[in-house]
Design a protein around this ligand. Sequence first.
Ligand code: DX5
Ligand code: ZN
Length: 226
Amino acid sequence: MTECCINPSILSADFVNLEAELQRISNADAVHVDVMDNHFVPNLTIGLPVVQRIQAVSPVPVDAHLMIADADRWAPGFADAGLASVTFHAEASIAPVKLARELRARGSKAGMALRPGTAVEPYLDMLSELDMLLIMTVEPGFGGQSFLDLTLPKIRRARAAIDGSGIGVAIQVDGGITEETIVRAAEAGANVFVAGSAVYGAADPAGAIDRLREAGRQRLRAGSAE
Ligand code: DX5
Ligand code: ZN
């Protein structure tokens, strides 16, 4: 059975109390940290110095999602910070193969993200260069948006390509993940789930993580039994 990971996004956390907010999700598989530059997306969050402090105090591995222009220039610095995983956007990279190799050489897992309107097909031949493919299930930039079902066929095609080639690439989905939508995303082939408002908007974030994991696992289990 494929592993099911729940990575809460701190975009929906209290940015003034990040250390305490990280402690509330210590049962997560990783913490998803959204870096936005007001260029690639129309929103601004945190930069490398704050991510480094998160890395220093986080009880779980850090999964950085870089929504920044000129990823080729800026992403390697995040890998140098010792993050478990660094994900750049395909649309923001001139040389994604080179960049993925640089991230791995610096000791991070290499992730590449696709906006909802970006096809996966042009990237199928480079999947072996990646540890994770992030299929955005909302337009990146803001938390609290609704899951886009139009991304499900892309998740299915990516899963088929990965299983067909026998390479171990995780498929992450990000945006609008709830106890309901996680089932559809898992059914389509995703196995790493980012959830911002569904976790930090809950009275008990750790409980919300457990419920999401159980919902995702049940579907993954059903899929592998088919
Ligand atoms: C949006 C970010 C997401 C966001 C998800 O661009 O990449 O990680 O925090 O938030 P929810 O789960 O609320 O859609
Ligand atoms: Zn994200």
